[in-house]
Design a protein around this ligand. Structure first.
Ligand SMILES: Cc1cc2nc3c(=O)[nH]c(=O)nc-3n(C[C@H](O)[C@H](O)[C@H](O)COP(=O)(O)OP(=O)(O)OC[C@H]3O[C@@H](n4cnc5c(N)ncnc54)[C@H](O)[C@@H]3O)c2cc1C
Length: 390
């Protein structure tokens, strides 16, 4: 097995590293779950796009460099190692764009992808509803035909939509055929967040930030041209997004290799005061390396024409639990200082802030309980358990 990169890939990595060293902001940006931080992160998206680094694997006409998935993983490793900010455009780029590439019309691609890749339009995911989270097929928000205007009227409520308060556009699933079975009769829509009839209500979190929102739809008109995929086929369209989210595109290994490097530095600084954390530091390193190798295995499978498949669920459980482990270990090493945030805290409170976000990992992108159901049934071939709602 040869895990070495080609000279071209090495050159690509070096180019990315040099650009990032030159351009990554030296000051930490405010949290992107605040109005100020959201705009700072949008500005960073623009800078990334100006260097042609925002969507490296996309076609050039949409802002990409047309490199393969191997180079994408290489870029992500360089990105996180450089300490670059979290991507506020991620919902659009990682969750929606793969679906637009697969199911979108040429007009939809031309209209949405360039503005997505250069940070002009940030997208919010509007899937979850009260009563339809894990059980997404229980969606009740409706889409009814408006033949006179050539489109649909959306009604209902969505919840937990990340940064919908500031986002420019949204993508969501609505029930377009109330008579059809649960998984059928759903349609996938694209809409501007300031469309008449949309009300966005922020959900304030314990730290005061408003990174989540409820989104209410009251006769929101969406023209036919903004239906993604065929009407009634929204479940299949959405599931290709879900596969991407948990399979590969949401969490490249670089995302965990970089904090593990920082964790080892922290161990060098503070290990003497908490020697019992040694095994946990080593476990974190092993976990990140294992995740890297598992990802390369997935990349090889994809390059040979395979797909992410149900293995994406193993991935999701692994990275989300690894993330928590890395951050818990850092907090152990920080001792009482772990609880500080803001000025005066170690690295401005980044460990504590990232720990809180890591705790959400087992919930978003399909909860880990649901992933374990998938692993049990589809990979291990165990019998299906009782479903609360059949
Ligand atoms: C950080 C973060 C960002 C998010 N961003 C978005 C976003 O941008 N857009 C969006 O639409 N949503 C978003 N979500 C919502 C997320 O998709 C839901 O929270 C998730 O799908 C779970 O749904 P729920 O919260 O309704 O919990 P429920 O589905 O009610 O689950 C509650 C508990 O029951 C368990 N459970 C449920 N069913 C089963 C079962 N069959 N077997 C075993 N256990 C089960 C779950 O695992 C969980 O522990 C986000 C969530 C988080 C934490």
């Amino acid at each position: 097995m040869n895990l070495d990169f080609t000279p071209e890939q090495e050159a690509f990595a070096a180019e990315a590293r040099a650009w990032l060293a030159e351009n990554v902001p030296t000051e930490r940006l405010a949290s992107m779950d605040t109005a100020e931080g959201f705009e700072q992160h949008r500005e960073w998206e623009r800078t990334l796009a100006s260097g042609n680094w925002s969507v490296v694997s996309w076609p050039a006409e949409y802002g990409g460099r047309e490199v393969g998935i191997t180079e994408w993983v290489i870029f992500e490793e360089e990105y996180y190692r450089s300490g670059a900010p979290t991507r506020v455009a991620q919902n659009g780029i990682s969750l929606l764009a793969p679906i637009v590439f697969e199911h979108g019309t040429p007009e939809q691609k031309a209209k949405y992808l360039p503005l997505m890749s250069n940070g002009t339009e940030i997208w919010a995911q509007a899937w979850s509803e009260p009563g339809a989270g894990s059980d997404l097929a229980a969606i009740r928000a409706t889409a009814t035909r408006d033949d006179a205007r050539g489109g649909w009227l959306l009604n209902g409520q969505k919840i937990w939509s990340s940064r919908a308060v500031w986002a420019d556009r949204g993508f969501g699933l609505f029930r377009s055929d109330p008579e059809a079975q649960r998984h059928r009769g759903l349609t996938y829509f694209l809409f501007p967040m300031d469309a008449p009839g949309i009300t966005v209500r922020a959900i304030e979190q314990l730290d005061g930030s408003t990174g989540f929102a409820e989104v209410f739809f009251d006769d929101v008109f969406v023209p036919d041209e903004d239906v993604l995929g065929a009407p009634g086929d929204g479940w299949n369209v959405a599931m290709s997004t879900a596969g991407n989210e948990r399979g590969l595109s949401l969490r490249a290994p670089g995302r965990f290799l970089a904090p593990v490097d920082r964790l080892i530095d922290l161990w060098d600084e503070r290990g003497e005061s908490e020697p019992s954390a040694r095994d946990a530091v080593v476990d974190s390193w092993i976990g990140a390396e294992a995740y890297k190798l598992f990802t390369w295995q997935t990349v090889s499978r994809l390059l040979q024409g395979g797909d992410v498949g149900a293995e994406g669920s193993i991935n999701k459980v692994f990275w989300s639990e690894l993330d928590i482990h890395i951050h818990e270990t850092a907090l152990r090493l920080l001792g009482p200082e772990a609880e500080l945030i803001g000025d005066g805290a170690p690295v401005g409170g980044k460990w504590a802030e990232d720990y809180l976000f890591a705790l959400a990992g087992p919930i978003y992108a399909g909860t880990n309980e649901i992933q374990r159901n998938i692993i049990a049934e589809r990979i291990l071939g165990l019998p299906r358990g009782d479903r609360r709602k059949a």
